[in-house]
Design a protein around this ligand. Structure first.
Ligand SMILES: Nc1ncnc2c1ncn2[C@@H]1O[C@H](COP(=O)(O)OP(=O)(O)OP(=O)(O)O)[C@@H](O)[C@H]1O
Ligand SMILES: Cc1cn([C@H]2C[C@H](O)[C@@H](COP(=O)(O)O)O2)c(=O)[nH]c1=O
Length: 195
């Protein structure tokens, strides 16, 4: 059975960097697919067209994109799939303005990840990192709500049992900690092979 690992966190928390490093390490022993959300170019076009203000529309668009993403993931020949963002992104981000129960219900159709890692960073660290890539989507809007998104992620982590890692730690430490979690939580066959 394929194992699904979700990497979550606010913008600038280091998700993409960690996901790529884990992909590189795990690929030495396993068939690993690295993917991310938003998944399709279509959703990026729609975000461009309709903007980022209407959070109900965003929740519906991201969830539709996720359905296409999940179908695609199910077709992959992989032992491990690492996704840089998954449905908890919708619950944390759109949850700032939209009823959480509805978001949870909307996303209840998707497979639950086997393991979720939340990279947690304070806002000033995220801002500093993001300002280096100010071309990122919707920069000014993001900064306004990122604190609330972080709080929502931390609450979700407690409720859903995510593994929370301090994203200000050096990358090498984060990779080691994540590999321990991944190999420790999966089957004996995965655990017996060291990376
Ligand atoms: N552990 C780390 N320590 C210091 N800098 C880091 C660390 N991880 C990532 N960075 C740097 O922070 C910046 C943002 O990293 P990255 O793009 O991986 O974050 P992200 O969470 O995927 O962001 P976004 O959600 O905006 O795409 C990059 O410049 C990256 O090199
Ligand atoms: C999947 C998903 C994403 N978002 C937001 C979060 C980010 O601000 C952008 C994606 O950009 P990134 O460079 O990949 O971080 O979209 C969201 O609000 N809801 C979602 O479900």
């Amino acid at each position: 059975m394929v194992k699904l690992i979700a990497i979550e966190g606010i913008d600038g928390s280091g998700k993409t960097t960690l996901a790529r490093a884990l992909h590189e390490k795990l690929s030495r022993k396993y068939k690993v697919v690295l993917t991310s959300e938003p998944f399709t170019q279509d959703i990026l076009n729609l975000l461009e067209k309709y903007g980022w203000k209407d959070q109900v529309l965003l929740a519906l668009l991201f969830s539709a994109d996720r359905e296409i993403h999940v179908r695609w993931m199910m077709e992959q020949d992989a032992e491990i799939i690492i996704t840089d963002r998954y449905y908890y992104s919708t619950i944390a981000y759109q949850g700032v303005r939209v009823q959480e129960e509805w978001l949870i219900s909307l996303n209840s159709v998707f497979p639950r990840p086997n393991l979720t890692i939340l990279l947690d960073v304070p806002l000033d660290v995220a801002w500093e990192r993001l300002s280096r890539k100010r071309d990122s989507m919707n920069f000014e809007e993001k900064l306004r709500s990122l604190g609330e998104v972080r709080e929502r992620y931390l609450r979700l982590a407690k409720k859903e049992g995510f593994h929370v890692l301090d994203g200000t730690r050096p990358l090498e430490e984060l990779v080691t900690a994540s590999l321990d979690l991944i190999l420790g939580s999966f089957s004996t066959s995965l655990r017996n092979l060291s990376i």
